[in-house]
Design a protein around this ligand. Structure first.
Ligand code: FAD
Ligand code: FES
Length: 272
């Protein structure tokens, strides 16, 4: 039986490679997992205790057969932990706790879904696209990057071959829409009929500023936004309170743990 409750596992890397910007790592694990898009894992694999803490990575894909599981991660090197991960090879061990957090709610029928990924945030929204494609749901993907080389490889975009489905946006205009992904979302939103807008739901992951702008754009129009936050994390399973985000609680402000109550939040709740 695949497991879906958080568990610590010793994995072994099957493949780890990249194009210098993004890396994709496939790992064999003792059992298959079931996960919801948006859920994540805490990952460490470097020898010794430096850095001390594992790093959170979205679960990009999971598979396996006959009791054996596999899990895939996509990551960008931004610091020491991810640089160390990029130096690991097939056969190296990897320590993983997964699946963690609350993923996206894709349960609503007859919705039009827009999936917005800024930077490496695509690694969190692509698994949702895979599920929506299986459900034959209507969805479009908006991907934002500084320039063409910072966009994910086209073949990774689920359903990316379908005309009009993937909107690529670059800040410098080297590919797709010339401008920020939030501007592309705004333009597309302005062209929607009221009946279509009433069915729209947005799933988003990326820099906080991008998420805030998406919320400011969509919430006044009563378009639901599920925003996946990428706060720094220490433990990853709710004990250290190192990852909190401020949320509205009636008239007051409360704090929620991104690793436990998130990482996916209703954008209306978050104090941006
Ligand atoms: C739930 C969740 C899912 C994530 N999924 C992915 C994923 O699928 N792929 C991926 O590449 N990254 C993902 N991240 C971000 C990833 O965890 C960080 O990039 C990573 O922890 C950085 O570790 P490091 O040791 O390489 O960098 P550090 O040395 O810790 O930091 C290097 C630089 O990056 C900044 N930084 C570190 N962590 C974050 C963060 N969370 N948000 C913004 N800036 C940060 C630091 O401020 C510093 O400037 C996710 C984060 C969360 C919380
Ligand atoms: S990272 Fe420890 S409580 Fe969230």
């Amino acid at each position: 039986m695949p497991f879906r409750r958080p568990r610590f596992v010793n994995g072994r890397i099957l493949h780890n490679g990249g194009n210098g910007i993004f890396y994709r790592m496939e790992v064999s694990i003792p059992d298959r997992i079931e996960f919801l898009p948006g859920q994540f894992a805490m990952v460490s694999g470097w020898p010794g205790n430096d850095p001390l803490l594992p790093r959170p990575l979205a679960i990009f894909r999971a598979g396996g057969a006959r009791g054996k599981g596999t899990v895939e991660f996509v990551y960008k090197v931004v610091g020491r932990g991810t640089a160390l991960l990029s130096g690991l090879h097939g056969g190296d061990p990897l320590q993983i706790t997964l699946p963690l957090g609350n993923g996206f709610d894709l349960g609503r029928e007859d919705r039009i879904w827009w999936l917005v990924g800024g930077g490496v945030g695509f690694s969190t929204v692509f698994p949702a696209a895979v599920v929506l494609e299986e459900q034959r749901a209507a969805f479009e993907v908006f991907l934002g990057a500084r320039s063409r080389d910072q966009l994910p490889p086209r073949e990774w975009v689920p359903g990316g071959g379908t005309p009009g489905r993937a909107h690529l946006c670059t800040d410098d205009g080297t590919a797709g829409f010339f401008g920020r992904v939030t501007d592309a979302v705004r333009e597309r939103m302005d062209r929607l009929k009221a009946t279509e807008r009433a069915r729209l739901s947005i799933l988003a992951c990326g820099p906080r500023e991008m998420l805030r702008e998406i919320a400011e754009l969509a919430v006044p129009l009563e378009v639901p936004v599920q925003a996946s936050l990428e706060n720094h994390m220490a433990c990853g399973f709710g004990v250290c309170w190192g990852c909190v985000t401020a949320v509205r609680d009636g008239e007051k402000t409360a704090y929620r743990r991104v690793c436990k109550e998130g990482p996916v939040f209703d954008a209306r709740e978050v104090v941006w």
